[in-house]
Design a protein around this ligand. Sequence first.
Ligand code: IPE
Ligand code: IPE
Ligand code: MG
Length: 223
Amino acid sequence: MNPLKHMAIIMDGNGRWGLQHKNSRNLGHKEGLKTVEMVMKYCIKKKIKFLTLYAFSTENWKRPLKERNYLFNLLEIYLKEKLEKINNEKIRIKILGEKNFSKNLNNLLDFAEKKTKKNTKLQINLALNYGSKKEIVYAFNKLKKKKRINENDIKNNLFTKNMPDPEILIRTGNTQRLSNFLLWQAAYTEIFFEKKLWPDFKNIDLNRIIKKFSSIKRNFGKI
Ligand code: IPE
Ligand code: IPE
Ligand code: MG
């Protein structure tokens, strides 16, 4: 069986890419979609079953309304255009995070989840309005009535319930931090910080990372 079941990515650097190329952060977000498509194809080819993409954090609400709206609009257009194809390719879409966007986008996200629910080729988790701390607090609140909470209780009440923890976490954009992403799930994840900005991230970079991953001795505390 493929030892790599779950890859998680902090897709960072779009804004800088856009500024460098056409002096527009939003252009970078649009360009970043091409990398998303490349990674999706890559996962299918390599039989990686779960791909988690950090698309919008609970902290990203602090960005200007114009940029937020651009991002949500991009997502809406993308889904409307590609959902049929995604479904035909047997990809499942799941949203990690609370859907509190416009009514239109909320409905579209619900629809995408429902429509692709039975697909098993690849599951794409879109972390949208996602924050790891919020996710953990949410889990605790669901467990309020329990006297004693154990690790499994928490695990089973996160947005990622029923999924393996990611073996690999990649952050592009030359910044070495987790920015509130999968803090619980990444306890034993191999983390790769990449210098390249997300729109510049390519197939060969993934190949290099996976090659490196397969040479790592994962101890999990043992020797
Ligand atoms: C990541 O790229 C995408 C989102 C947070 C939506 P950024 O927009 O953070 O790009 P930089 O880090 O400003 O270059
Ligand atoms: C993390 O990137 C969030 C996403 C990629 C969606 P940010 O650009 O928001 O992270 P910080 O603010 O630099 O830590
Ligand atoms: Mg950033």
